[in-house]
Write a protein that binds this ligand. Structure first.
Ligand code: GCO
Ligand code: MG
Length: 402
């Protein structure tokens, strides 16, 4: 089963996606997501110029060996561009292997550990009243877990607030949007949102919130402590995630569960966080953490230390990533929660898929492989559009974490 073709398809049905499509000599195809928001062409070029020539003629069945070849063999290890490229290849090879076996991918990962995947949706609003009302809309649609974000007076373009209903799309075309951040205003405002949400709807659903790496460790510790009465399912990315030992300080002060890791691309980004039990949910996902092969290693380490999964599922991860994540979620013993923002109708048209949402849960498709494909003709209708994630500045004009 030799690799005959490796295509890298860049398409922008509302936002940019990079997809790897591998075809074997015997005509099997597999797809993998290799989208890195705002840096899409760096990954696409890495794949076409540096990876594709290494793959042609290789045995498509040798997934682990191919992963090791691209990671160890390259000498230059890790990093979001490299690991996203490897993820695209790895996911496509798993898709092919499952199709060759005639089973949905989760069967190759150990079979079902669960029947359905708990997801959380994104409630948002320009005011607390608007966000509270939006939480109600998610609950009405059957969601059992909702993340709540609200604009903060004194800031502009606050993280977490989008203009597009169900989804939060931070990237925009042109140069990066400049947003204004004030930690003091945020810290005064955020707890009042959770109080209002719990006051209105009670405690019979999971409430989540994303801080997006904005706080120092001691500020994060204080926030975690202040919001304990609202019993969050988790507080996401309370402090910049690359400083693993910083989470010790957060942990010492609060029992609010902590989630982090959407920007991680390697097990070494979270080794200390996991082995010291500094977090509760690891948010690494297939596309940015080296594919199914490497994510399984992260999740296996996490299982040993009682850390559960909380896979990143924003709309800048394509339906190919979501499908792959759902197979992993279905199989692993230490599943926690899956982030879910529905894609646009245009994106769903480019990526026909078998997974579906019902009653607060996602169900992976039952067709062989990942259960998702790319319609190349449809993809060609949406050419690449340069877009960037925003940047954040403080009132004195200096840069802040975004
Ligand atoms: C989330 C994330 C996203 C990111 C985006 C960056 O929790 O879903 O923080 O909204 O900002 O994925 O590419
Ligand atoms: Mg986040």
């Amino acid at each position: 089963m030799r690799i005959a073709e490796v295509k890298v398809i860049v398409t922008s049905p509302g936002r940019n996606f990079v997809t790897v499509k591998i075809t074997t000599e015997d005509g099997l195809t597999g797809v993998g997501d290799a989208t890195l928001n705002g840096r899409e062409l760096a990954v696409a070029t890495y794949l076409t110029e540096h990876v594709r020539p290494l793959l042609l003629g290789r045995d498509a069945r040798r997934i682990e060996d191919t992963w090791q070849y691209l990671y160890r063999g390259a000498y230059w290890r890790r990093g979001p561009v490299t690991m996203t490229a490897i993820a695209g290849i790895d996911t496509a090879l798993w898709d092919i292997k499952a199709k060759a076996a005639g089973v949905p991918l989760y069967e190759l990962l150990g079979g079902r550990s669960r029947d359905r995947i708990l997801v959380y949706g994104h409630a948002q609003g320009a005011t607390i009243d608007e966000t509270v009302a939006d939480v109600g809309r998610f609950l009405d649609r059957g969601y059992r877990a909702v993340r709540a974000q609200t604009a903060v007076p004194g800031t502009q373009g606050t993280y977490g607030i989008g203009s597009d209903g169900d989804r939060y799309e931070p990237a925009s075309s042109g140069l990066p949007e400049e947003t204004l951040w004030s930690t003091a205003d945020y810290l005064a405002h955020a707890p009042t949102l959770f109080a209002a949400v719990r006051d209105k709807y009670g405690f019979d659903f999971h409430l989540l919130h994303d801080v997006h790496h904005r706080l120092t460790p001691i500020e994060a510790a204080g926030l975690g402590k202040a919001v304990e009465p609202y019993r969050l399912f988790c507080l996401e990315d309370p402090t910049p995630a690359e400083d693993q030992s910083a989470f010790r300080l957060v942990r010492q002060h609060t029992t609010t569960p902590i989630a982090t890791g959407e920007v991680f691309n390697s097990i070494f980004d979270c080794q200390q966080l996991i082995t010291e039990r500094l977090i509760d949910y690891i948010r690494a996902t297939v596309t940015h953490a080296g594919g199914i092969t490497h994510l399984r290693r992260i999740l296996a380490l996490a299982e040993l230390y009682g850390v559960r999964s909380g896979s990143h599922g924003a709309t800048d991860l394509s339906p190919v990533c979501l499908a792959a994540a759902l197979h992993v979620d279905t199989a692993i013993p230490n599943f926690g929660i899956q982030e879910y923002m529905p894609h646009t109708a245009d994106t769903d048209r480019v990526f026909p898929h078998g997974y579906r949402f019902s009653g607060g849960y996602l169900y992976p498709g039952e067709e062989p492989g990942l259960g998702v494909d790319i319609d190349e003709d449809a993809a060609a209708e949406y050419p690449y559009e340069p877009a960037y994630l925003p940047v954040a500045r403080l009132h004195d004009g200096s840069m802040h974490d975004w």
